[in-house]
Ligand binder design. Structure first.
Ligand code: ATP
Ligand code: MG
Length: 445
């Protein structure tokens, strides 16, 4: 049996607004055919079936959702019984994945996030949510979501949009608004602070005053979030094509000092603003690459985000009289280790990130040119140098020298082992080497 409408719960007093098909722009031709298949199959079998979350929101603003999530009153086992290509995932809260080749439609049973006396919901002392594993009604499911814009349901039965939290109007007014009491919602899950900034940046929405107000005060709660989750969220903030807006949002709402403490301090200490200028230039380049469907790498991104911190640490060590090469290694390690306390940057990214930094000093030496050209991180490091040059104009000669070196190396016969991989830096990991190098730096700087 599908989940029964249960006893009064926080969702029960909500006002439902039904926006009929002719009053909203969501068309079935914009919905993935596989998601439609899932919705229809559930419906044919007597279950409620809705498209929900980011997909509905994105379709309302004319965007192209990257994935389509479905919500239903069928239990995961009931969903599984309807689809041969279905697997259940998650132990604490089970979800159904209906798999069509490379596309996965996630089907979630309505779920409640309430203290219903069952003891199934436990709050951490600070108000953080530890367990939320009770099924519920569609109203319960709506109020446990984060933002009103994310709590809209597109019903396959009549193609209407169901709105329990005022999200439809908020989307039209282009505003991100938390459902419920903002401070409490951030305490339950501090990552919602980053989601507010990220989604506002992505959608070009403003953050509602009451939703924005607690951000600078509660920012330190982010330190309690799982570092692995912050890494994932960091990639979404900066590698989804809205890095500049995300960065400015984090800065404006006081989240940057918690997310990137050493970089924030270094930017503040850098009176000329050159480091901030370079960082923003690099993020603009990243956004341009995403827009052009070119690969972007976490290693290059973090090399950029933590460069101010690295420079500052390096200067401090050298001021103590440490030899340059030693100081570079120590500064790179120090910055990485410290950053890992908040963001779990995997080694496969932190190592190439450090290489990009350490190679910078070798550009000035102009020695062992062939070896540097053949370095798997040469291309990323050179792109990084170009970025530094665009921001400060100090490295024009080095850029010219290494551009020339690449050009003449290209004209020479060589064995494949010496070829320079045009994308290794942006992919983060060394890839198949190519004989022929690509054209000039693909970063716009
Ligand atoms: P994106 O465009 O990045 O995918 P999204 O809103 O779809 O944005 P997801 O992480 O895919 O984000 O989450 C899907 C839905 O799950 C959200 O729209 C929201 O309704 C709900 N959700 C996600 N994260 C949270 C959270 N931390 N707290 C409450 N609800 C959440
Ligand atoms: Mg999503």
């Amino acid at each position: 049996m599908p989940i029964q409408e249960s006893n009064p719960s926080p969702g029960a007093s909500l006002q439902l607004r039904v926006i009929p098909r002719d009053a909203h722009p969501i068309s079935r031709k914009d919905i993935s055919p596989n998601a439609l298949r899932v919705l229809y199959r559930l419906r044919e079998n007597g279950y409620g079936a809705y498209l929900v979350g980011g997909a509905v929101r994105d379709l309302l603003v004319g965007g192209h959702p990257k994935d389509f999530d479905v919500a239903t009153n069928a239990t995961p086992e009931e969903v599984k019984a309807l689809f041969r290509n279905c697997r259940l995932i998650g132990r604490r809260f089970r979800l159904a994945h209906v798999v069509y080749g490379r596309e996965i439609i996630e089907v979630a049973t309505f779920r409640a996030n309430v203290d219903d006396g069952s003891g199934d919901r436990q709050l951490h002392e600070g108000g953080r949510l530890l367990r939320d594993n009770v099924y519920g009604t569609i109203e319960d499911d709506a109020v446990r979501r984060d933002f009103t814009a994310n709590a809209l349901y597109y019903a396959i039965e009549d193609f209407s949009v169901r709105d329990y939290t005022g999200g439809f109007e908020d989307v039209q007014n282009r505003v991100m608004k938390l459902i419920g009491e903002p401070e409490q919602r951030y305490r339950e899950d501090p990552v919602r602070m980053l989601r507010a900034v990220r989604l506002a940046a992505k959608l070009g929405f403003r953050i509602d005053d009451a939703t924005a107000a607690p951000l600078p005060l509660l920012a330190p709660l982010l330190r309690e979030a799982a570092p692995a989750r912050l890494f994932e969220e960091g990639l979404k903030l900066f590698l989804s094509g809205h890095a500049v807006e995300s960065f400015l949002g984090l800065e404006r709402h006081g989240l940057l000092p918690v997310l990137l403490p050493e970089t924030t301090a270094a930017l503040k200490a850098n009176r000329s603003g050159a480091l901030r200028g370079m960082l923003l230039e690099g993020l603009r380049g990243t956004d341009a690459r995403v827009a052009a469907d070119e690969p972007v790498s976490p290693a290059f991104l973090f090399a950029l985000l933590l460069w101010p911190a690295y420079c500052r640490a390096l200067m401090a060590l050298q001021a103590q009289g440490m030899h340059a090469a030693e100081a570079q290694r120590r500064a790179a390690d120090r910055v990485t280790v410290h950053q890992l306390e908040t963001i779990a940057l995997p080694r496969r990214f932190s190592l190439p990130m450090q290489e990009i930094w350490l190679l910078q000093s070798r550009f000035g030496q102009r020695k062992r040119v062939g070896r540097l050209l053949a370095h798997p991180r040469f291309r990323a490091a050179f792109d990084f140098l170009v970025l530094r040059q665009a921001a400060s104009d100090e490295h024009a000669e080095e850029v010219a020298f290494w551009r020339e070196a690449q050009a003449s190396a290209e004209g020479m016969p060589r064995d494949s082992g010496e070829a320079v991989d045009a994308e290794a830096g942006h992919e983060g990991a060394p890839r198949r080497r190519r004989r022929r190098r690509r054209g000039p730096s693909s970063l716009p700087a």
